[in-house]
Design a protein around this ligand. Structure first.
Ligand SMILES: [Zn+2]
Length: 312
């Protein structure tokens, strides 16, 4: 199902107004009149806003284009009311070590926190040396626990979740339950089974998928969403592990239209494939994802229902 709304015709202001309106009342349903009244408010009450960037692939084909696009994204995001940025992996292309300092020099212009995870193009030793000592980490922001872990290997397009990682994810979910937090899990390689016409790259059952979905079931009132990259297919997702949403995010470098909707592949794939990133807003009961192509207005959006009280 496409959810591009009519913002391409009406301009981004419409979707921003809707976003602000949806946010103004938190978990409380709003009347049309109060929604309009909330439109021009400052974003202080605007719920949790953050951005998701993925697959920057600095140095790909020895081109300067990926670094230029990363710089443009940083400049745009620095000027936006987002609290922080998630980077879902493949920071550089094919482990080009000389690109990490370039990535970081550009990143310095962001002026807000950014949390990266390693992709299959980011060898573990280089990620540890240049980005962060451990690929697995969590942080809590406004009642949501973001659980980030590395599930990619340099020698495979599939994903792998080790037993000790499953134990750690379980412990993170237990801690979230104790603190009454929602959880958003972030990795590089999709967990969800997908076959052609999809990429067919995922965490196979024997490589940790089975254990991961057991955790998802055990904490299904807790885990709001799983965020992943790797596919370069725009915004792709599935809701068959509801209530959790599994969402694949676009590449900042390039995306390909695999005609998944036309070919009736399971799940959804928004009709937007320009290089870009995603602006996310979490209100009490909704996760709003807005696809922001580089240098252009928001062009597509997806609204996903959350258990009430996800953010406070
Ligand atoms: Zn990848």
């Amino acid at each position: 199902m496409f959810e591009t709304e009519d913002n391409q015709r009406a301009g981004v202001k419409v979707s921003r107004r809707r976003a602000m309106a949806a946010l103004g009342g938190g978990a409380v349903a709003m009347t049309a009149a109060s929604a309009v009244a909330a439109v021009d408010n400052d974003n202080d009450e605007a719920g949790l806003q953050f951005a998701i960037v993925s697959d920057t692939h600095l140095g790909r084909n020895d081109s300067k284009t990926p670094a230029r696009q990363w710089r443009q994204a940083v400049e745009e995001l620095a000027a936006m009311p987002v609290d922080f940025v998630l980077h879902l992996g493949d920071i550089v292309d094919r482990g080009r070590e000389e690109q990490y300092p370039i990535y970081k020099e550009i990143r310095d212009g962001l002026g807000k926190p950014i949390y990266e995870i390693p992709g299959n193009h980011d060898p573990a030793n280089l990620f540890a040396k240049h980005i962060r000592k451990t690929g697995d980490m969590s942080f809590v922001h406004r009642g949501i626990r973001f659980v980030l872990f590395g599930n990619a290997r340099s020698d495979s397009h599939d994903g792998f979740i080790a037993g000790r990682q499953l134990e750690w994810i379980e412990a993170e979910c237990a801690a979230a339950a104790k603190a009454q937090q929602q959880v958003i899990i972030c990795t590089h390689v999709p967990t969800h089974t997908n076959r052609p016409p999809d990429r067919a790259w995922y965490v196979k059952p024997a490589n940790g998928q089975t254990g991961f979905y057991e955790i998802m079931r055990r904490h299904e009132s807790r885990i709001a969403a799983v965020f992943q990259g790797h596919f370069h297919n725009g915004i792709r997702g599935w809701d068959d592990h509801a209530p959790a949403h599994e969402v694949i995010f676009p590449s900042l470098l390039y995306n390909r239209d695999r005609a998944l909707e036309a070919k009736k592949a399971p799940g959804y794939n928004l009709d937007e494939f320009r290089p870009g990133y995603v602006l996310a807003t979490i209100s009490g009961s909704e996760l709003l994802l807005r696809y922001k192509p580089l240098g252009a207005e928001v062009a597509a959006e997806k609204r996903l229902a959350l258990p009430s009280g996800a953010a406070n």
